[in-house]
Each structure stands twice: as C-alpha cells, then as structure tokens.
Write a protein that binds this ligand. Structure first.
Ligand code: ATP
Ligand code: MG
Length: 519
C-alpha cells in the first residue's frame, strides 16, 4: 500500500467510558478507493472507533489525521463537511419524517422565497434511490418501511452527501440478498471514484468478497491488519476470539414429541389497502422440542406472520391459534405472553428493549409485570437470574446496572434474547435472532436454541440466512408474497429448493423473460 493513499488515519487513539476502555491505543489507516474492513467480536470497539472518525465523539486521546494533517471534528456536521459520512448500526433516521426529508435533513433545498423546495428534494431523492435500484417512494414515512428499507435509506443519505469516506457499520445486517448485491455494486462504483469505504460486518464471507484491506479488533485493540490476501476465515476467527471454533452450528437432536401448537388460516390485511393481504391463509403446526424454520425473501411476510399470531395487529389479523389443545384468544402481545408465547423481535430498538434502562431491568421487568407468577420474584432471585443470563449469553457489560444504550449492538441483541428467555415461554418466536452477533456468540446462541428445544420448548425461527436455517431447523416452511409456498423436512431441503419456493411468481416470470432475451 502506498502511504499517499491514506486518507484518514488514527494514531494511538484511546476512548474510555466509565468502567470500559472501548478503544485502546488504536492505529488504523483508511485507504482511498479501497474497502477497508473492520471486524471483531461484539464489544471489541468497532463502532466506537468509527464514531470518533465521524465526529460523534470529540473527546478522546490520540490523533486523527485527514489527508496527512491533524484534525479535530467539532461534531458530525463538521466531519460531513470534511467528507466523512457514516451509516450507523443503530439506524439514525427520524421515523416520523418522509424518506426524502431524512435524506436531505439539515441541508434542504430552498426555492427563491427561501422555502423548502420539496419538488427538487423529491427529484433528487428519486435519482439517488434509482442509483440504488430501490423501489421506495421518497414521500413515504420512514416508520412505515421495513428495517431493510430503512437501512437502504441510510445508504442513500450517505451517497447524497458526496462523501470521500463512507463508514458502513453493519450495512447488510437487515437487507435482502438482492439489496446486498446492489449495495456491493454501489460500493464498487464508489471505489472507482476514489471513495474510501470503511466496512464493518460480522458476516465474514461478505468481508472476503468485498474488502481490500482487513483490520481485526479485539478488546479495544487492533490485533491484525493488512491486505485481504494475508487473511483467511480461520485466521480471522482465531484473532477475534483467541481460538478456533470447532462446532459452529450446534444442534443436538431433541426428542420431538407431540404436536402442541397450531395455527390455522392466519391472515393479515395491509394497513394501507384493505384488499391486500400481507399474510394470506397460513397454517402450520409445531411439536414440542421442534425447531421450525421460516424462510422467505424480504417482504415475504415472515415477521408479519409472527406478529399476527402474537396479537400485534389485532384489528387487521385473523385466524385461529391453539396451544396444548386449547384455542387461544389473542388480542394483544400481553395475551400472547400470558398464554406462554415469547417473541424475540427483529428490530431490537423498536420492540425489544428499553434503551434507557439497565441491563438487569430489561431482562427481568419489562414484560414480566403482567405475568402473575413472577410478580413476587425476590431481589436475590432476580439478581441470580440476571447473572445467569449475562454469563450464559456472555453479555459484555461492566455491570448489570449498565444502561442498555451503552452496550455494543450485538450485546444489546443478547439482552433481548435473555429477556424473552426469562419469561420462560412454551413457544418461542425468534425473528432473525443472530442479527449483528459475532461468530462466537452466534455459535453460543445456536447452542442455547438447541438446548431450549431439548427442554421441550417449541421454537419458530425466522431467518434469511440459509446456512443458519438449514443447520438449525427440523422442519422449514417457506413464505412468498404472504403465502406458504413450501414445507420441507430439513432432510429434504437444500438452499436451492428453499430459494425456488421463496421467489415470488412475478420474479419467476421476469427471470424466464431474461433467459429468453439473453439466449
Ligand atoms: N456510550 C457508551 N457508554 C458506555 N460504554 C460504551 C458506550 N459505547 C460503547 N460502550 C462500550 O464500549 C465497548 C465497545 O463498544 P462498541 O459499540 O464500539 O463495540 P462493537 O465492536 O461495535 O460491537 P458490536 O459488534 O456488538 O456492534 C463495549 O464494551 C460497550 O459496552
Ligand atoms: Mg458496533
């Protein structure tokens, strides 16, 4: 690497928080026109280091060099003006504003009367969204978008800033295969224009595909750095966790006994269009000890199916739910929880956690206040419970009293899982349970899921990661455009079979046309 190509550099940077040295004497170089990948376990300090580069944290030890000169950003705005944009791991959009307002927030176009020029804003947004091959109306309110779409809006916003350095903190954790492909195309074209990308991901395959340079962090320090060719998968894992991981997917076969949970004809109508069904007549059964995988492409209605069963949309959903032979009357999540259903949701920020509360409170209190038998839990028991889950899931926190907001993204996800396990459900829904979780913790979570099944829990797991769903499930159902399009025993399934069932009919037709055209 030629030193002239270094656009941004940290020299011996340290950032401390009470009880934690998040970043410890880090030297990190960002090269122009390259994808600079940053990997490391949950809590290793990746996001914190990036927030220093992007002007979020201005108070740190050490030096930050931009084009060979020392800089101190006053704030994120200042960093943006100097060419550095960041897509945050915990998305940063304003949910009640439209897509276009979010893209251009703080730098709205003005017309000659100094009024916000919405027409221009709309047109510019359309252009950027087109570049990303995204079919989103710029006027839509962000809160109505899926997590994946929101993530792409963040990408659009960074693009619109014409940045020279774009930091992407886990940009693909919630987007579909197709969107990942598009994102990689965009990244490659940005590279050609000399833009430096800093790319954080726990998906190591992806890192090998897209990156040029790799840096590995562990416990706040850089433990390895160099061109991609210097690394391989096992080497990175060893550097990250200090050992090899032998059995990544841990699945010990649980004894699958009687059918005890059943849903019939679950439907969910669209909020915008009462004639449209997001979930259309889905039925399935679940046995004790069984792990049922739900696969589908983004927008297939996977999360919505679970939400409909769980009573999240009582006015729009219909269908029947049976547990242990009794029909349940579920009109709210509270009803579902009382009946013995737990739900680890996809978006931990929205539905999973109270960020301003302590780790311990999040694990024990929030959902339990309505569950009678747990009201009288003693403080001692509560502490034991919290300790148990912190150890079991290896939640990295200075103490159980730490505010959840201060944990790293992956550790927040572990708190969500702990919280739902503490409810001791009979049936557990898990929507993308390992999103944002490092390789080591992922393996731990698989082990835990497998054990839960062994203890007789029924588990329904939504995942867009094919290897994960194939390794962990006993049976898999596939959704496409809200309908069940396939059901397979895991022994009958493979990636190709699942994808075939998942591709919407409209896309299949397009594909055939393409083949005709190209051949
Ligand atoms: N605002 C904060 N206050 C206190 N501690 C913090 C704060 N932000 C981060 N930390 C701590 O600093 C450490 C590094 O966190 P960071 O978010 O940088 O990790 P990460 O490598 O991005 O992890 P992940 O892969 O889970 O996102 C963690 O121990 C975290 O709990
Ligand atoms: Mg992070």
């Amino acid at each position: 690497m030629i030193e002239e190509d270094v656009i941004l550099e940290t020299r011996n940077i340290t950032k401390k928080f009470p009880g934690v040295i998040a970043v410890n004497g880090v030297n990190f170089k960002v090269y122009k026109g390259k994808v600079n990948a940053l990997v490391g376990e949950n809590g290793a300090g990746k996001s914190t280091l990036m927030k220093i580069l992007a002007g979020v944290y201005t108070d740190f030890e050490g030096n930050l060099m931009l084009n060979g000169k020392e800089v101190r950003f006053k704030n994120t705005r200042d960093a943006q003006e100097k060419g550095i944009a960041m897509i945050y791991q915990e998305l940063n959009l304003l949910p009640n504003l439209s897509v276009m307002e979010n893209i251009f927030i703080g730098r709205e176009f003005l017309d000659k009367f100094q009024m916000v020029d919405y027409k221009k804003m709309y047109e510019e947004s359309v252009k950027i969204l087109q570049k990303l091959d995204l079919d989103i109306n710029p006027k839509r309110i962000v809160s109505e978008l899926s997590v994946g779409q929101q993530q792409m809006v963040e990408v659009a916003k960074a693009l619109s800033l014409n940045a020279r350095v774009i930091i992407m903190d886990e940009p693909t954790s919630a987007i579909s295969e197709h969107e990942i492909e598009t994102l990689f195309k965009v990244i490659n074209s940005l590279k050609k224009q000399g833009v430096a990308i800093v790319y954080i991901s726990h998906k190591l395959d992806e890192v090998f595909e897209i990156s040029d340079m790799i840096t590995v962090m562990r416990d706040g320090k850089v433990v390895g750095s160099g061109p991609k060719e210097d690394f391989d998968y096992n080497k990175i894992v060893r550097m990250m966790v200090g050992r090899n991981i032998k059995d990544f997917f841990v699945k010990s076969q649980a004894e699958i006994s009687e059918e005890f949970f059943k849903v019939e004809n679950i439907c969910l109508k669209s909020k915008d269009d009462p004639n449209k069904y997001i979930v259309n007549n889905v039925s399935f059964t679940l046995r004790k000890g069984e792990i049922l995988g739900i696969f589908g492409l983004m927008g297939a209605g996977r999360s919505e199916l679970l939400e409909a069963i769980f009573g999240v949309h009582p006015k729009l959903s219909s269908g029947r739910v049976f547990l242990e032979g009794k029909e349940l009357e579920i009109n709210s999540p509270e009803d579902a929880i009382k009946a013995g259903i737990g739900f680890v949701p996809e978006d931990r920020k929205q539905a999973g956690l109270i960020l301003s509360m302590a780790v311990s409170q999040n694990i024990t209190l929030t959902n339990l206040k309505n569950v009678e038998k747990l009201i009288f839990i003693s403080e001692k028991k509560e502490n034991d419970l919290v300790e148990y889950y912190i150890n079991r899931l290896n939640i990295k926190t200075p103490s159980p009293q730490q505010i959840v907001e201060n944990l790293s993204g992956g550790n927040q996800q572990k708190v969500v899982i702990a919280k739902w396990l503490a409810v001791k459900p009979k049936v557990l829904f898990m929507d993308e349970p390992t999103r944002g979780i490092d390789v080591n913790a992922k393996s731990e979570i698989y082990k835990l899921i497998s054990e839960l099944a062994k203890n007789g829990l029924g588990i329904i797991m939504v995942s867009s990661e094919l290897p994960e769903i194939l390794a962990m499930s006993d049976r898999i159902i596939v959704l496409s455009e809200g309908r069940k399009t396939g059901e397979f025993k895991v022994s009958e399934a493979n990636e190709e079979i699942l994808l075939k069932a998942a591709i919407p009919r409209s896309m299949k037709i397009r594909e055939t046309n393409n083949t005709i055209k190209t051949s």
